[in-house]
Design a protein around this ligand. Structure first.
Ligand SMILES: [Zn+2]
Ligand SMILES: [Zn+2]
Ligand SMILES: [Zn+2]
Length: 299
């Protein structure tokens, strides 16, 4: 498979040309074979990390249909540059139980998932310029398999959107003072950005100014996972398709760790695609309303 970065200087974005990837199988039923199930290990690349080791409940391996390849030389150029799409791409299967949803995970399971995130994030950070952890759930998010999983990619450059956020972390950090929270725990704030792109979008921001997941204490890590579970559960009532983006720092620059949660109930149309101007039919007031039951339930 030819995998190539192609930079679009007209929009300052980078495309990965991945011609064969559309051939990957789709699994949206419990009846057909699922490569993420226990017992299907031979149909995926070998395990890179698993917990517990002898009888896994969380399992990581290289993506069988990677969007980045391990071999080759990367060279970023000027203007409409092209290069081998060099990097890494793994899958983190978050449960051995095909039908179990993230919002129903036990605390024990959430701890294992966090350990896998930390292990792979550390490995990817050490071996790439930038590590990006993300989760797609539901057909509308682009996920091809409905068995709960996340993915991580290692890029040979820092994406423009991250560079741009990093500039907001210098001097007066935006994320240290992001405005009113719609939900709060001891260590995290959930905000509904007034400029959100997706209906009911929320961001989870650590109260401490830390760069990545790796800087969280064990207590903060668990607090984060329990909060994430709560948010997914609530959002799932409104949209069964969603994407989670982990925005983390990179070498040499300041950053404030946060995740962005994008509900994906709609498809972007002409205005969004043609102009970059995005229409969002919900506001932060709608998010407040959705989260109201959670805030009143809290002790
Ligand atoms: Zn499965
Ligand atoms: Zn900060
Ligand atoms: Zn961000």
């Amino acid at each position: 498979m030819v995998l190539e970065f192609r930079h679009d200087a007209t929009k300052n974005i980078t495309i990965i040309s991945a011609s064969k990837r559309s051939q990957r199988p789709t699994v949206y039923s419990e009846k057909v074979f699922c490569p993420f199930d226990k017992g299907s290990e031979k149909s995926t690349p070998p395990t890179s990390f698993a917990l517990p080791e002898n009888d896994w409940k969380v399992r990581c391996f290289e993506n069988l249909y990677p969007v980045l390849k391990k071999e080759g030389e990367f060279k970023k150029g000027e203007g409409f540059w092209k290069s081998n799409a060099v990097g890494m791409h793994e899958v983190i299967v978050e449960t051995d139980n095909h039908g179990e949803l993230f919002q129903n995970f036990t605390e024990e399971q959430l701890k294992l998932v966090l350990k896998a995130y930390l292990n792979r994030f550390k490995f990817f950070t050490e071996n790439n310029e930038y590590a990006f952890l993300f989760k797609n759930y539901g057909k509308g998010s682009g996920a091809s398999i409905d068995h709960e999983h996340s993915q991580i990619i290692g890029l040979p450059f820092v994406p423009e959107v991250i560079e741009s956020e990093s500039r907001l972390c210098e001097k007066q950090c935006f994320f240290c003072n992001p405005g009113e929270a719609v939900l709060e725990t001891e260590h995290f704030k959930v905000i509904a950005p007034s400029f959100a792109r997706f209906p009911l979008e929320v961001w989870i921001i650590s109260k401490r100014h830390v760069k990545t997941l790796l800087d969280l204490t064990e207590e903060e890590g668990l607090d984060f996972m329990l909060l994430l579970k709560k948010i997914i559960e609530k959002q799932y009532e409104k949209s069964k398709d969603y994407t989670i983006a982990f925005h983390s720092g990179f070498r040499g620059k300041d950053f404030h760790f946060h995740i962005e949660f994008y509900p994906r109930p709609n498809v972007w149309g002409g205005i969004e695609l043609g102009t970059g101007v995005i229409i969002n039919t919900k506001t932060e007031e709608d998010v407040k309303e959705l989260f109201q039951t959670l805030t009143t339930q809290s002790p």
